[in-house]
Design a binder for this molecule. Structure first.
Ligand SMILES: O=C(O)CCC(=O)C(=O)O
Length: 284
């Protein structure tokens, strides 16, 4: 089975896609690790809250031509970045990601949305690479439950609340400088890091300008083409590293998004308690 861009519509995943060289990936990885070790009290939050709005070198990574060319093949020529975040698992920290669909709480429609997972360190079964269920993006929205489980890297520890153990899964193995692209409704998750290195993925969420945000107006940055819809609060790229201005913008972007995620979660749980089959434990 090949998971190339041509077969993305069928599989909901395209991987591996080389986007930057080894040396560049190592340089960016070192910058991220230096920031984490710097003692800056904002570090954890900054790496979660759309860091492409805080660091010009991450903005450059998220808008590199190889990245955008691949995203354009899937989403078309007019592209926004809606958000970005790091998923980092240090050796032995127990961090994992429960099986979920990104579409659950984002309040975006239609679901023509793709996430780039850019590896800055080897992402392998041993280091807890992302696992996906190819083709599962064609299922309807599956019911989720919030677990807030310790170690779960998702904000609400949300996980699929029906039995998915029969689904075939794929380990998305990536070397530094490679990325995968996954559909917003694809079932995915990942297990703990059993390796000796930190597994570091920079994840960027792309949408075409035509996508709408339900329940509020969030920020997004136009990275290719033109925006003829004005569905989002257009936000400029960062001009310097972690400036007061860019921090204020990133925090505002996060607050706007959080309001929608909360609203959407509340709606989903009301829906879930009335309409869904009882939750069972899911793997992941
Ligand atoms: O990094 C991981 O293991 C999971 C990433 C993820 O859930 C996502 O990119 O949506």
């Amino acid at each position: 089975m090949s998971y190339d861009l041509e077969r993305y519509q069928e599989n909901g995943i395209a991987t591996p896609i080389p986007v930057i060289g080894n040396a560049q990936a190592a340089d960016i990885c070192a910058r991220v690790q230096a920031f984490r070790a710097s003692g800056d009290s904002r570090a954890d939050l900054a790496l979660q809250a759309s860091p492409h709005l805080l660091f010009p070198w991450l903005y450059a990574l998220a808008t590199g031509s190889r990245v955008l060319d691949a995203v354009e093949q899937i989403l078309g020529p007019d592209l926004l970045i809606w958000s970005s975040q790091f998923f980092i698992k240090d050796p032995g920290d127990g961090g994992f990601v429960s099986w979920h669909q990104d579409s659950t709480y984002w309040g975006l429609e239609p679901l023509t949305i793709a996430s780039a997972w850019i590896a800055l360190a080897p992402s392998t079964p041993e280091s807890g690479c992302m696992q996906v269920a190819p083709g599962s993006h064609n299922l309807d929205q599956l019911p989720h439950k919030d677990t807030f489980a310790p170690g779960n890297l998702l904000s609400r520890g949300q996980e699929i609340a029906v039995d998915i153990s029969g689904m075939e899964t794929l380990d998305v193995v990536l070397q530094p400088g490679e990325m995968s692209l996954h559909h917003v409704a694809l079932v995915h998750g990942s297990q703990a890091n059993r390796s000796t290195w930190s597994r570091i993925g920079f994840v960027v969420r792309y949408i075409p300008t035509s996508v709408r945000q339900l329940g509020g107006r969030t920020r997004a940055t136009l990275v290719r083409g033109e925006d003829r819809y004005n569905h989002f609060q257009l936000t400029e790229p960062p001009v310097g590293e972690l400036t007061d201005q860019s921090w204020a913008i990133a925090m505002d972007a996060k607050a706007r998004m959080a309001a929608i995620l909360m609203q959407s979660a509340a709606q989903k749980s009301r829906y879930a308690s009335h309409h869904l089959a009882p939750a069972t434990d899911s793997e992941g």
